[in-house]
Write a protein that binds this ligand. Sequence first.
Ligand code: TGC
Ligand code: FAD
Length: 392
Amino acid sequence: MSQDLFQAPDYYQLDELLSEEHILVRDAAREWVKREVSPIIEDAAQQAKFPISIISGLAEIGAFGPYIPEEYGGAGLDQISYGLIMQEIERGDSGVRSTASVQSSLVMYPIWKYGNEEQKQKYLPKLASGEYLGCFGLTEPDHGSNPGGMVTNIKDMGDHYLLNGAKMWISNAPFADIAVVWAKNEEGRIKGLIVERGMEGFTTPETHNKWSLRASATGELIFDNVKIPKENILPNKDGLGAPLGCLDSARYGIAWGAIGAAMDCYDTALRYAKERIQFDKPIAATQLQQKKLAEMITEITKAQLLTWRLGTLRNDGKATSAQISMAKRNNVEMALTIAREARQVLGAMGITGEYSIMRHMMNLESVITYEGTHDIHLLITGLDITGLPAFK
Ligand code: TGC
Ligand code: FAD
């Protein structure tokens, strides 16, 4: 990839809405991405290899559990700082942000919120430091948008549970040390449990041939009569609301992350358009390319404002799940549209790995699908404003 010359757009002086701490945290993440992610990410994506060497750096910038209290090894930051870290990481690559999202919101969050003190002490510090990597198993081969239909199950055997079933499309699965898995008990109630690598009957085959999120490892979780000690059950919440509560936190991070990917595409296209000469003038001097660039910065600015406000609502404990859905849906579509437009600004160069745009575009095809598809988030808004569910 050519040198990383990224300059973040701030068209509405949004930095004035941020605290000194927010800016420090964001700039540290921005510098780290420039130094450690940009030089290696294109190769990693081309070779479909997760760049495992960056795990310790992710931990150092506070990307693993940004809002988890310091007593458990987290960074103890607020929701805006968490969002800004996700924005900067996804500016580098959505797959790297995926790893951080899963670790923070889908593994650390449920242990912190639904686990007991022993579980928090045992797992959270190791997850925060990157010594352990986690994954989150909700989706099944026959239950994607409708996780409530899951068939993965646990049976009470007296001194332990027996876990059977399979999860699919699981980020980090091939190399995760632990998995937070959702399964139904004999009463059909959804429970969260911690499955550890090495437990007999537990395997994690990798999913190959992806054109998207190539720098993130995806796999299955297969449970064949896995003995789960009773102390590995998350005791403090069950039902579908438990995994969905984790998704609220991850979807919020994605809303910020998508802005990062969009900013990178816009910034790249703007620079290229000013330098690329056709018909004896920069293509940036043509009305058609200006329309693309002007619309991009407009959409980025709107998304920044929406997401900053959502962050303040989350800081006050007032953000609703439906508000988070709106931001995830809007921002990911915004980023994907910008990636497609920006790629065209670069002409043929836009399809090469010299520039990040095509990689962002392919990544965003996963981001618009996972954590609730574009359609599902629209239906969540529909339900919220009408009171009438249209899923079934
Ligand atoms: P429904 O009857 O509406 O709700 C069941 C219970 O859950 C509660 N609830 C929530 N709680 C917390 N947060 C939310 N966002 C919640 N939404 C609903 C609800 O109040 C109810 O509680 P209770 O106490 O009454 O039982 O459930 P439903 O079966 O009708 O489904 C609703 C629907 C479709 C919105 C939900 O199933 C959904 O969101 N589906 C999308 C599935 C999804 O997002 N999967 C993501 C898998 S993880 C992933 O993709 C990780 S990618 C990571 C990466 O690499 O970055
Ligand atoms: P389906 O649910 O089969 O949907 C197919 C299509 O039908 C979609 O367009 C959808 O919007 C539409 N649709 C579904 N229901 C309705 C309806 N009621 N009305 C109208 N349209 C509808 N899952 C995890 O648990 N953990 C992970 O770590 C994880 N990581 C992932 C990583 C990647 C790279 C990808 C691609 C996925 C990952 N997922 C993960 C799974 C992801 O959450 C699911 O793919 C997603 O929830 C959609 O499920 P599905 O693919 O089965 O699609």
